[in-house]
Design a protein around this ligand. Structure first.
Ligand code: IPM
Ligand code: MG
Length: 359
């Protein structure tokens, strides 16, 4: 029997549905060519659904999502809903609810002209950021007291657990090994100012003893931002707490050519995981065929790798890389190529690897 994968799809808000449409088409094509089947199920969560029903991500949906092999998300967020409400409920809800403790964010440049850094090319920009994804200020412990009064207090706790830090460090060391490149893991923190990050410092040393083949490197987050611009080639794998990972990966996205290409995986190894572009819902581009679907298509490539469909994953990533390298895709900015145009270009490239009968 052919391999089958059950995929939940949440197009979401703004440009989410249109970029997801192209990414799902790529996914379907790759499955046909590589000979596995897909069972896709759409979920309506996002602003429209919330405004209609008052529901963000109901607990039953989380259970259902957890019963898939992978989840593909477009984008969440809408100006009609209070800032961050849907993002916290849906994106963070899935990350936390399914314990997706790794946020894997590759920063890979495919063509020199897309890099805003002078003199840097594809050989200089090829790193991976591992963002811890279930702790830190994102856990939601805190709030507002005496809101709107002169005595107002706002509090948000930054939480790290030994278990949570250790598992993401182990994942990062293992990833370094698997990549087999510089074999250098850079821990990015702010232990000089935030005393709680001493836990990261000690865990890094201790876990590192199990990985004598991996060089341990360290940078404070402020300096890491500086290095990312000055010497991106100095990074192989970088591991960092949730909030710093959020910030440095937008910088990373620009270094690799922009938000139009940057993808991420929210991963719990061996379990259902969620894949999405790093960009947001960009409401101003919604429904205009201007949004770049490549980040979501690259998220599909990561999703396929997670499913163990490695050839399909490579076919998709190579299609995107090839189109950029030979200049057929000459810009990653919204509105330069159409959403459907980019989707069709990728489809044609993927189609080109289909084995021809009798050959
Ligand atoms: C990201 C986003 C989210 C985050 C937002 C939408 C909550 O910026 O995935 O990087 O902060 O994690
Ligand atoms: Mg972000």
């Amino acid at each position: 029997m052919a391999r089958a994968h059950r995929i939940a799809v949440l197009g979401g808000d703004g440009i989410g549905p249109e970029v997801t449409r192209e990414a799902v088409a790529t996914l379907q094509l790759a499955s046909e060519i590589e000979g596995f089947s897909l069972e896709l199920r759409d979920y309506p969560f996002g602003a429209e659904h919330y405004l209609k029903t008052g529901e963000t991500l109901p607990p039953s949906a989380l259970v259902e999502l957890g019963d898939h092999d992978a989840i593909l998300v477009g984008a969440i967020g809408d100006p009609r809903v209070p800032v961050g409400y849907l993002e916290r409920a849906i994106i963070a809800g899935i990350r936390f609810g399914l314990d997706l403790y790794v946020n894997l964010r590759p920063v890979k440049l495919f063509a020199e002209h897309l890099c805003p850094l002078k003199g840097k090319g594809p050989k200089d920009v090829d790193l991976v950021v591992v963002r811890e994804n279930t702790e830190d200020v994102y856990v939601g412990i805190g709030g507002l007291f005496k809101k709107g009064t002169p005595d107002e207090i706002a509090l948000q706790e930054m939480i790290f657990t030994r278990k949570g830090v250790e598992r993401v460090l182990r994942y990062s060391f293992d990833l370094c090994r698997k990549r087999g490149r510089a074999k250098k893991l850079t821990m990015v923190d702010k232990a000089n100012a935030v005393a709680a990050m001493d836990l990261w410092t000690r865990a890094f040393e201790e876990v590192g003893q199990d990985y004598p083949d991996i060089t341990r490197d360290h940078a404070y987050i402020d300096a890491a931002c500086m290095w990312m611009v000055k010497n991106p080639e100095s990074f192989d794998v970088a591991v960092t707490p949730n909030i710093f990972g959020d910030i440095i990966t937008d910088l990373g996205a620009m270094v690799q050519g922009g938000m139009g290409i940057a993808a991420s995986g929210n991963i719990h190894p061996g379990k259902v995981s969620m894949f999405e572009p790093i960009h947001g819902s960009a409401p101003k581009y919604r429904g205009q065929n201007k949004a770049n679907p490549l980040a979501t298509i690259m998220a599909v490539s990561m999703l396929l790798e997670h499913l163990g469909e490695v050839p399909a994953s490579r076919t998709v990533a190579n299609a995107v890389a090839g189109l950029i390298q030979d200049g057929r895709i000459h810009s990653l900015q919204a509105g330069v190529h159409g959403t459907d145009e980019l989707g069709s270009m990728v489809a044609a490239e993927v189609e080109a690897v289909r084995p021809v009968a009798g050959r």
